[in-house]
Structures are given as C-alpha cells and as structure tokens.
Design a protein around this ligand. Structure first.
Ligand code: HEC
Ligand code: HEC
Length: 632
C-alpha cells in the first residue's frame, strides 16, 4: 500500500468484528437485516465476499459456507470487485460523499478508503490493476481512480444514473450502464425514450454513447464476455407506448438482455427473458462463465437465475442478421405464441418482440430465497445474493439441474417487520398475474422509471409520467389528475388493475408502511449538506411573493395539495388542472410535469414559462431558482 494513501486513509478507525450470531443461538431482532446485494469469490474459489447493504458490512464466507467474519463498511455497500491479483477487494459505499473501501483479502482488514462521488456504485478494475472505475450514480459521472495513490484522475460524464460498469479484457474500453432514460418522456417513435450505454475510451477518457431500443429502462447489470467481443446488459423493456390493457401478452413491462458488439460499438439486438404466459421480472445482474459459453442473469422480481447458452443465442442472432446490426425495435406487437415457436422471428427486427426466442437456449432456475440481486460465477458454481432472505443461493452449473444446489445462510432467518414485508411485496413480481412486473418495475427504488404510461384510471390515450412514491402518502390526492383520493387507494388499485391480482388488505397495508417510511436522498446539488450560494439566492426568489412559487409549492412539502391549471395541458389531455407535486427530491425524478414534457427544470421554467416568471427574472436568477429547486 502506498504511503500517501495510508496516511490519508487511516484517519478513520474501523471495527472488524467476529460476527455476533456465529455460535450464539440468539434470534435476530425484527428490523435488523443484512440485506445482501452483491457477492464476489476469491481467485481459488474457496472464499466468498458478500456485501450486506442494510447491515453496512462485508461478510467473509469460508469454503464450508460458514460466515467467519463481518467487517463494518463506512456506508451502505453497493458493489464490489476483486483486483486482478486477487489480493484486494474494492467495495463501493453509497453516500453523498461516496467512497471505495479497500480490503486486504488475506487479513480481512480495511487498508484504505478512497473518496468518490454521490452514491458510488458499480466498480470495475482494469486488467492490469492500475485503474479503478466507479459509477457515481447521482452525480451522473464516472470516476477514474489510481488505486495505488488513491487519487481520482478524472471524472467522465455519463448519461443518467450510471449504475454498473465493465471493462474489456484489453483494458481499452469501459462500458457503463445508465439506469434510466434521460430526456423528455412524451415521445413514442422508433428511436424514442431509452437508457443508453456510455462507452469510455480509457486512454483518451472520451465518452461515446450506444442507444438501447425504445422502452429500455431500469438497467441494473452489465458484463463483458471473457473474449472481449460482447457486452451484455440486463434491463426492463417497457411497452410504454401501448395502453396498459394486455398485461398477459407482455404488452406492459417485459424483461430483457441487450447484446453489444464491442468492436463495432453497436447494439446487436435485445432478447426477451420472458416466456409466453410467464414473465421473468426485474433482471438485476449478469455475468459470464470463464469460458464465455454461458451467461447468467439474476431476476429480482421472480427470484430466479436464468442460465443462457450464449453461443446458441449469438448464433441464432447472427443467422438473422449476417454481418449486419440491429434494426430492432418494439414497434410491432410482441408475439404471444401460445405454442412455442409458432411465430419464429422472421427478421432481426422481430427479436425484441418474440417471447420464445430463448426457447431451448435457457434454463430458468427457481431460487429458494427472495429478492435475487448481485451474482458471481466461480468455477462451475454461481452464487446469488438474496436480499430479503439474508442468504446466498448456490447453483451448480455442472450439475445441469433445474434447482439450486444449496443455500448459504448469512445470518439467522430474518424476522420481517410490516415495513420489510411491504418492501418485499413492492419488489415482488409474484404479486403480478403471470409475474410480468413488480411495482418496482415502474417505480425502481420506489421512485420513477422516467417513462409515461397510459394507465386506465383516467381513460385511454392520455399517458402520464410515473410518479415517485416518496411522500406520496403525505400528499393526497394521488395521480397527476388527482383521480385517486390518496396513495392508499392508489396502492390498492395498483395491485388490482396493474398487477391484475387479488391480495389480502394486509399486504397493501404493508406496502403503505414501506412507502410511508421512504427517506429522501440528499441532493447532489448540496455542498456539504448545505445550499450552495446560488441555491441560497434561488431560495429567496422562490419564497418571494412577487415570484410566487411558494404560493402553490409551500414548504415543508412544497405542495399546497391542490390542483391548478398552469397551462400544461397537452393535446391528448382531457383536463387542464393537475395536482401540484411535491418538489422534494425533484432532482431525481425527471422528466417533469404530468406528461414528462420537460427534460430539465430550466426548460420547464424558460421554454415552459412555468410560474410565469420568464419576463420577471433574468437568466442568472432563473439559474439560481433552478439550483434551489434541484437542491430540495
Ligand atoms: C406499468 C407501470 C406501473 C406499475 C407496474 C405500477 N405503477 Fe404506480 N404509477 C404508475 C404511473 C404512470 C403513475 C402516475 C399516474 C398518474 O399520474 O395518473 C403511478 C402512480 C402511483 C401512485 C400515486 C403517486 C402519487 O403521489 O400520485 C402510487 C401510490 C403507486 N403508483 C403505487 C404503485 C404500486 C403499489 C404498484 C404495485 C402494486 C404500482 N404503483 C405499480 C405506473 C406504474
Ligand atoms: C398556480 C400554482 C403554481 C405556481 C405559482 C407554481 N407552480 Fe410549479 N407546479 C404547479 C402544478 C399544478 C404543477 C404540475 C403540473 C403538471 O403536472 O402538468 C407544477 C409542477 C412544477 C414542477 C415539476 C415537478 C414534477 O415533478 O414534475 C416544478 C419543478 C415546479 N412546479 C416548480 C415551480 C417553481 C420554481 C415555481 C415558481 C417559479 C412554480 N413551480 C410555480 C403549480 C404551480
């Protein structure tokens, strides 16, 4: 370890504890959870490292499946990667001032902490070990770090919420998955709303962009094949351009893997992970086996592992587009082939609409735990973190069986509080007819997917932008048109009309409890938790009666809970007055207004002249006002 780093880093003292529960028979208390969300294996495959998001710890698991140690992390751990020499583990920890924790694998001691950006996550290390890459999810950029000096060498802009990254085996390119689409949502064309992949040339540090197909959102995981030829990423493929009337045909949220040709830096195609009548909701993480022949995908909503014959999938795709690349789109109806293979895709453009594409090329393995998250492949074994069960699923690929080989308990069986149950139900696609989607499919992390949906609660052909769950229960009525009296009603109608299922009211109450207790994430626009000077100036304007924002958006909730006609009626709307939304955490919930018409708040205030301030305030004042609103 480099001296400079050691000096700067050891200011923080760490507690390395032998895990309390080992050998002690005491049961876990309700409300105390580990929340495993990621896993890595040592080079020899004899040890596992598990990050526990809720316990803010890293657990070491030995060859016998016993937790031998837990090491405290400085904040909620979000991702981990083992350095190429196998001696150092890099663990990203999420906070407004995010960090990367360096852990010496042999001593299980934290040897350093490197500062990174807001909500550090999705780490990757170059094959020579000389560069560490970290996604700063809420700063919308990527840190390039020299892990030996602990110095951040550069920040490279990504798109919106970079969440996972993977580097090519030659170290030349970094593929960064952006969680959400950026831009306005009221576009429905072939190349409309979708997340993008940011590709960073590691030498020049220049970013470029690969567009995913329309409706690609909630990207969670990305990996590069061992031969460096393909990048695979998993996400939701939303049919947001259709009215939400045909859940069972996959006309709402489908679940997908996109394949990128690394050399050409182009999307090859997007393949559905669902089957006719059986969704594979909320794909979370993806990894290749060392021989590159198999791709594994964890499904958070259906608690499964997909084991895909990568070679077979690529061959099938190539046969369809020899030498060419994707003209994939979702403009066509997804085939609902009652009989497998009844409608084989005729061209590459049909692939993203074919629910049987992976027939014969994929095994679905039902895991015993709940809430599959990060996974790792080690030898012939796949380990999957199971968030709500505090366990790791173990799947043996060599066994060729359709069930897990075992499960590793990371702690005592968790005792679920009502809130925890609610969180689990919100993320569970078992709540949904045929398991197509969970509430989190449109409300990832209880927030927004950035898309418009034509729900049927206020007639058809008037799509609405997804609303965040934060403060929903404190700000009745619910929905942009106020068509539900409160969030409680909206939760129950979501279960009944979106998930098309019937559940006891107890379950809805649990979801209420979870949503009621969501806490805002501090804005990336704050400086050390405080308003910046520009935001302070903007605050004065916001509360100035002559400007008038606070009339309809009064503190502390920044809404008067009333509906107003603010001139935002669009061509498809049947009403002109809309619910005044809270502005808390509005930095995170773009695009804006009931129809997602504005990509930024600046656009809303200038082009949209919202609050009728365009001729009252100069450009600097508008920038200050925007800065304040983005700091809430
Ligand atoms: C297909 C996407 C989709 C799914 C799945 C979905 N929602 Fe929504 N949800 C929306 C959209 C779009 C809105 C805003 C609609 C409007 O403004 O008219 C919304 C609004 C809400 C609101 C009102 C928020 C407010 O403050 O006005 C609540 C509460 C809610 N959803 C809960 C849920 C729950 C609980 C589930 C699962 C049972 C769920 N949603 C599943 C798309 C979805
Ligand atoms: C007459 C009441 C009124 C006034 C005054 C007003 N707003 Fe609004 N605001 C609304 C309503 C209603 C909406 C939602 C409209 C819609 O969904 O189409 C809204 C939406 C917004 C949004 C988008 C939020 C989101 O989640 O989409 C922002 C940001 C905002 N207002 C900021 C401001 C600022 C800044 C001012 C002062 C310059 C201001 N508002 C003045 C009523 C008002």
């Amino acid at each position: 370890m480099n001296d400079v780093l050691v000096k700067t880093v050891f200011l923080t003292v760490f507690r390395t504890a032998i895990v309390g529960w080992v050998g002690i028979a005491s049961a876990q208390q309700p409300g105390e959870y580990l929340g495993p969300c990621g896993v890595a294996a040592s080079k020899d495959g004899r040890s596992l490292f598990v990050i526990n998001a809720d316990a803010r710890s890293l657990a070491l698991v030995d060859a016998g499946g016993k937790v031998t140690r837990a090491v405290d992390m400085p904040a909620r751990p979000t991702g981990l990667v083992l350095g190429p020499d196998g001696t150092t583990l890099y663990i990203t920890c999420a906070a407004p001032r995010g960090t990367v924790c360096l852990l010496d694998v042999n001593s299980a001691k934290v040897t350093g902490i490197i500062p990174a950006g807001h909500w550090a996550t999705g780490p990757a290390v170059s094959p020579d070990g000389r560069r560490l890459y970290v996604c700063n999810r809420f700063d919308n950029d990527v840190s390039i770090i020299d892990p030996r000096s602990g110095k951040e060498l550069a920040r490279v802009p990504a798109s919106r919420e970079p969440i996972a990254s993977a580097v090519t085996p030659d170290g030349k390119l970094l593929f960064v998955a952006n969680h959400l689409p950026a831009g306005r949502a009221d576009r429905y064309g072939v190349a409309a709303v979708a997340s993008v992949v940011t590709v960073i040339d590691t030498e020049t540090r220049r970013p470029s962009t690969i567009h995913l197909i329309t409706g690609s959102s909630s990207v969670r995981g990305i990996c590069v094949s061992p031969d460096g030829k393909y990048a695979y990423l998993v996400h939701i493929l939303a049919r947001y351009h259709l009215p939400t009337i045909q859940l069972e045909r996959g006309w709402m949220n489908t679940n997908a893997i996109s394949i990128i040709d690394v050399a050409a830096r182009k999307l090859v195609n997007t393949v559905l992970l669902d089957e006719p009548g059986r969704g594979a909701a909320n794909p979370w993480d993806v990894a290749c086996t060392p021989d590159g022949k198999t791709v594994c995908v964890s499904h958070a909503g259906t608690h499964e592992l997909s084991v895909i014959d990568a070679a077979g999938m690529l061959k099938k795709l190539q046969a369809m587009q020899p030498g060419g690349f994707s003209n994939a789109s979702i403009y066509g109806e997804p085939y609902y082939d009652y009989e497998y293979g009844a409608y084989p895709p005729a061209t590459s453009a049909d692939v993203a609409n074919t629910l049987s594409f992976l027939k014969g090329l994929r095994r679905r393995i039902k895991l015993t735990g709940n809430g599959a998250r990060g996974l790792t492949v080690s030898g012939s074994k796949v380990y999957v973190a199971e968030y709500f069960s505090d366990s790791l699923a173990v799947v043996d690929l060599a066994a060729g069986k359709d069930k897990p080989a075992g499960s590793i308990a990371l702690g005592p069986k968790p005792v679920l509080t009502v809130r925890r149950k609610g969180q689990m139900y919100f993320n569970d696609a078992a709540f949904c007819h045929e398991q197509w989607q969970s509430c989190a499919s449109c409300h990832p992390d209880g927030r927004v997917d950035g898309l418009n949906w034509d729900l049927l609660n206020d007639g058809t052909d008037n799509p609405k932008n997804v609303r965040s769950m934060l403060l929903a229960h404190k700000t009745p009525p619910a929905m942009a048109g106020g068509v539900r009296p409160d969030a409680e009603t909206a939760v129950r109608s979501g279960i009944e009309h979106i998930q098309l299922c019937t559940r006891p009211d107890e379950d809805a109450k649990a979801i209420d409890e979870y949503l009621r207790t969501l806490q805002p994430v501090p804005s990336p626009h704050l400086v050390d938790g405080q308003l910046s000077p520009a935001a302070e100036r903007g605050k004065k304007l916001f509360f100035d009666e002559k400007v008038g924002c606070a009339k309809c958006h009064p503190a502390p909730l920044y809404t008067d809970l009333l509906q107003h006609d603010v001139g935002s009626k669009g061509p498809t709307d049947r009403r002109a007055d809309f619910d005044t939304p809270t502005l808390i955490e509005v930095w995170r919930t773009a695009p804006y207004m009931h129809d997602g018409h504005y990509a930024t708040i600046k656009e809303l205030l200038t082009t949209g002249n919202h609050g009728k301030i365009a001729d009252k305030l100069d450009n600097q004042q508008i920038d200050d006002l925007v800065e304040f609103v983005l700091s809430l």
